[in-house]
Write a protein that binds this ligand. Structure first.
Ligand code: SDX
Length: 428
């Protein structure tokens, strides 16, 4: 292997494969000609050593616990920026001027209403339907209402569809919540910020004025920022793969929502709070730590571990601080938060977790805050999907705009039967 090439010898035939460099982070070996040269595929179930694309959106250094969006550290964005500004940054590559941010925010604000007939979709669900099932269905149906922004080859239609998705997700999410609790849908208000508008659509009722608490708005906006994008995670890869076939953006985002729902991914925030509630008290933590370490027990500490972070997830650090601030400002004394902090301390000093480099991830503390704000656990992954929509949309736009983009079509190691002839049923 030289500085610029990796050399591979297969069956006596030696070939060089280019080593490509990014701005920072691991280099890649370009194996696109491997099959043509060797008749062999690479083999990497779960894509633990595979770069699926180029991207300039988000950089993660899992060993150092670093997360950058277009070069800016997540802790700085969470503390100093806003979800709307981070959305602009992810979509456009640079932080906006004051005028650019005002214009972008105004555009998003004016797309927050949904087609009135979309409300009929909700009535087809049972009231006790999981809100993520509702999100999959309603977002998947959006292309039936906004057909004028589904031509992926038209940059203007891509722009409008991107804005519609970012703008309408809070409305659709709030409606999913209202439907499950049997309260009337609340229309968007253009005089409110993106996050305040979402909270108003979720928690206000016609019977009395909903007082918007700036503490909660700030915490919610920070949570949205922490969930905005995260490199080529499972749901983002799903959106990219769906988009690579030329599917419309609404269908692609619906595919991302479906993937995010899994408890190993975005569903972990709901599972983590349910786990903390099941543990209940600090004295029961050792029992669950033992279960998590037991190979014969499928139980895992939800909100712990990560494919990329082998250090602290920087989002979890901000999330824990936000949880402490919000609970204090709201005067909420949730024993679950104490269980979470104690569980973290015990796990971080346990050889099993140290050896496997398992740290709290973004999902470990988020549920404590969301619960304090008043969201039921079933809504937690909906909120993750709401925030991640801007990341999915930005990644989708980056893929579609790449002139080298082609349909994603992995191969396999075939382990089924070799060719054999059909046997009629009376001869079996
Ligand atoms: C998200 O990819 C992203 O960027 C995702 C995300 C994003 O923003 O998009 O960051 C959001 O999905 C965060 C992760 C949320 N999921 C959870 O909290 C669920 C619990 N965590 C795990 O299921 C697990 O850690 C994963 C799925 C997150 C990562 O799994 P990997 O990378 O495939 O690692 P692994 O399953 O191979 O585990 C490595 C070892 C195993 O032990 P051995 O087989 O080597 O003996 O660590 C163990 C695992 O058993 N392990 C755990 C554990 N997580 C891993 N043991 C106990 N509890 C855990 N939580």
């Amino acid at each position: 292997m030289s500085d610029n090439n990796a050399t591979l010898t297969v069956a006596g035939d030696t070939k060089d494969y280019a080593i490509l460099n990014g701005t920072v982070g691991p280099q890649v070996i370009d194996v696109r000609k491997l099959y043509a040269n060797t008749g062999m595929f690479t083999y990497d179930p779960g894509f633990t050593s595979t770069a699926s694309c180029d991207s300039g959106l988000t950089y993660i250094d899992g060993d150092a616990g670093v997360l950058l969006h277009r070069g800016y550290p997540i802790d700085q964005l969470a503390e100093q920026s806003s979800f709307m500004e981070v959305s602009y940054l992810l979509l456009n590559g640079e932080l906006p001027s004051k005028a650019e941010l005002e214009d972008f925010t105004r555009t998003i604000t004016r797309h927050t209403m949904v087609h009135e007939q979309l409300t009929a979709f909700y009535r087809g669900f049972r009231r006790d339907a999981h809100p993520m099932a509702v999100m999959c269905g309603v977002v998947g149906a959006l292309s039936a209402f906004y057909h004028d922004s589904t031509d992926i080859n038209d940059p203007e239609q891509r722009r409008i569809a991107s804005h519609r998705l970012i703008a309408k997700m809070p409305t659709i999410a709030a409606m999913a919540y209202k439907y499950t609790v049997g309260q009337p849908f609340v229309y968007p208000r253009n005089d409110l910020s993106y996050t305040a508008n979402f909270l108003n659509m979720t928690f206000s009722v016609p019977a009395e004025e909903y007082v918007i608490d700036p503490v909660i708005v700030d915490a919610m906006d920070k949570i949205f920022t922490l969930h905005a994008d995260h490199e080529q995670n499972a749901s983002t890869s799903t959106v990219r793969l769906a988009g690579s076939s030329g599917a419309n953006p609404f269908a692609c985002i619906a595919a991302g929502i479906a993937c995010l729902w899994g408890p190993a991914h975005g569903g972990a925030n709901e599972a983590a709070l349910n786990m903390l509630r099941e543990i209940g008290t600090v004295d029961r933590i050792p029992e669950y730590i033992a279960r998590a370490k037991n190979k014969d027990d499928p139980f895992r500490l939800m909100g712990f571990g990560h494919r990329v972070y082998k250090n602290y997830d920087p989002r979890a650090t901000v999330m824990q601080k936000t949880a402490k601030d919000v609970l204090a400002k709201l005067g909420v004394n949730d024993p679950i938060f104490d269980v979470a902090k104690e569980l973290e301390q015990i796990a971080l000093h346990d050889p099993y977790f140290i050896e496997k480099k398992l740290y709290p991830n973004v999902d470990f503390y988020s549920g404590v805050i969301l619960s304090a704000i008043g969201f039921p656990t079933e809504m937690f992954t909906v909120l993750f999907a709401l925030a991640r929509t801007v990341g999915w949309v930005a990644q989708w736009n980056e893929m579609i705009s790449d002139p080298a983009q082609k349909i994603g079509r992995p191969r396999q190691l075939y382990t089924g039967p070799a060719k054999r002839d059909y046997v009629p049923v009376d001869k079996r």
